[in-house]
Ligand binder design. Structure first.
Ligand code: 5GP
Length: 201
């Protein structure tokens, strides 16, 4: 069995992370998605425990204080965090766990896990990024402005990631992430026991 690992996927709001992750999970039933906790209000159609664990500030702060979150950050004015126990249990079982988190959270994960894999999803252009957020129609005018100005800061941190994937065409972006996963599974440090078994026969 190869070792499990964390696959961190970040990208500015409107880069299409949600769609890409959904398609990736539909096509690869063995991948596990980490459901984050957030203080953001649920959007229409979002389900508690499926898209996010929607919690109030007090609950979130307690989770953070009790060390239940692997990382957490304030993103676009709301708190978001990754539940630690679930993620670590899955990785220890040899699974690949997808963390769809922002750059601040990704950098915290990088400090903790040098074997995690970091993918930054790029929009084709800033113009297209704005179009996508407007088309989605789920944010207020004020929220859209915050997300656009944050996008520039996030893009500047892309060089800290291992891979950049352009999301011009969702299918191509998903295929590229699948290629990354395939290659990462073959790393020597993830296949140590396979090597040992062959050598020791
Ligand atoms: P949205 O509100 O559009 O669902 O997500 C806003 C941002 O929060 C996105 O950039 C998303 O990747 C990020 N995010 C979602 N979950 C987490 C998390 O657990 N931790 C961190 N640091 N960011 C998250």
């Amino acid at each position: 069995m190869t070792k499990g690992f964390l696959l961190v996927i970040s990208g500015p709001s409107g880069s299409g992370k949600g769609t890409v992750c959904r398609r990736l999970l539909e096509r690869n039933k063995d991948l596990i998605f980490s459901i984050s906790a957030t203080t953001r209000k649920a959007r229409r159609g979002e389900i508690d425990g499926v898209n996010y664990f929607f919690v109030d500030e007090k609950t979130f702060d307690k989770m953070a204080a009790d060390g239940e979150l692997l990382e957490y950050a304030l993103v676009h004015g709301n708190k978001y965090g990754t539940p630690k126990k679930f993620v670590l249990d899955q990785v220890n079982k040899g699974e690949i766990v997808i963390l769809e988190i922002d750059v601040q959270g990704a950098l915290q994960v990088k400090e903790l896990f040098d074997e995690a894999v970091f993918v930054f999803l790029l929009p084709p252009s800033m113009k297209e990024l704005k179009n996508r957020i407007l088309k989605r129609g789920t944010e207020s005018k004020e929220d859209i402005d915050i997300r656009l100005s944050n996008a520039i800061d996030e893009l500047k941190l892309a060089y800290k990631y291992d891979y950049v994937v352009m999301n011009d065409d969702v299918d191509v972006a998903v295929e590229n992430i699948e290629a990354i996963i395939k290659a990462e599974k073959l790393r020597v440090n993830r296949s140590q026991n396979i090597l040992d078994n062959i050598i020791n026969v």
